[in-house]
Design a protein around this ligand. Structure first.
Ligand SMILES: Cc1cc2nc3c(=O)[nH]c(=O)nc-3n(C[C@H](O)[C@H](O)[C@H](O)COP(=O)(O)O)c2cc1C
Length: 232
């Protein structure tokens, strides 16, 4: 009788992880968040070589502001959606599907006017869909996109993380934590470079600190590593 061989265990290199890389800075080649997201993705690939990467540049492919047309097809007020409603629905559908397919999402999120760039907000507005990323129950809201890991490259001209007043003023990291938490994602990691406009020494120290954050962020196992193995 032939010996029953144990099922082969998946090695790290055999696990396929889907990573979605998103940039939103309008500063092009001068952008610090773009530099940092590229470094995060490169480091992630080193430790997770079978990662497939999808890239979205929101400064180039910016979804329209969320609008009545974007909402129209969802609420079904008419039998035949208009051309504009079909177009906006296709944009929303493409973006939410791309987001839901990813295990790890790396986001470049600069601090602009105490919040995130409007391009990044326009993307999030397309992700926030009942039945896809959240639902309401009699006990309140429930996130439907749990198990993902989000790594945010947070860049700031000033320094906000070191004082209570500063933390109360920024609506960038705090907002991203809330909205991804609302989608059910609790593993949100920050790679932070702040004080970038406070002189050369402060900028150098901000970048060094961000690179330490990168090492920590990519060293931790993804929240959904099991899910990623299933997808292999
Ligand atoms: C339009 C705009 C608004 C900004 N608003 C703020 C702000 O409110 N607070 C702050 O500390 N820095 C602010 N900054 C500085 C940026 O956070 C800083 O330049 C950072 O590097 C931007 O990331 P990026 O280089 O990837 O675009 C602003 C920069 C721009 C271009």
């Amino acid at each position: 009788m032939p010996a029953v061989l144990p099922a082969p265990s998946l090695k790290e290199s055999e696990i396929m992880t889907k990573l979605l890389h998103v940039d939103s800075s309008v500063l092009g080649a001068n952008s610090v968040s773009r530099l940092l997201t590229a470094e995060v993705v490169a480091e992630w690939r080193k430790t997770h070589p079978d990662t497939s990467v999808d890239y979205l540049d929101l400064a180039v492919d910016t979804p329209n502001h969320f609008s009545a047309d974007a909402l129209g097809i969802k609420v079904g007020v008419q039998a035949a959606p208009t051309e504009a409603q079909r177009f906006e629905n296709a944009v929303s559908e493409k973006l939410v599907s791309q987001f839901l397919a990813a295990h790890v999402i790396v986001i470049g999120a600069p601090l602009y006017n105490f919040s995130i760039p409007s391009q990044l907000k326009a993307w999030i507005d397309r992700l926030a869909q009942v039945g896809r990323t959240f639902k309401y129950t009699d006990k309140g809201a429930v996130g439907l996109a749990g198990g993902k890991t989000v790594i945010v490259a947070s860049t700031r001209g000033g320094a906000y993380s070191t004082s209570e007043g500063g933390r109360a003023m920024e609506h960038q990291e705090s907002y991203l934590k809330v909205i991804f938490g609302f989608f059910g994602i609790t593993d949100v990691r920050f790679v932070r470079a702040e004080g970038l406009a406070m002189g050369e020494a402060a900028k150098a120290s901000a970048l060094a600190s961000a690179r330490t954050d990168i090492a920590v962020a990519v060293a931790e196992q993804a929240a959904n590593q099991d899910l990623a193995s299933l997808a292999a």
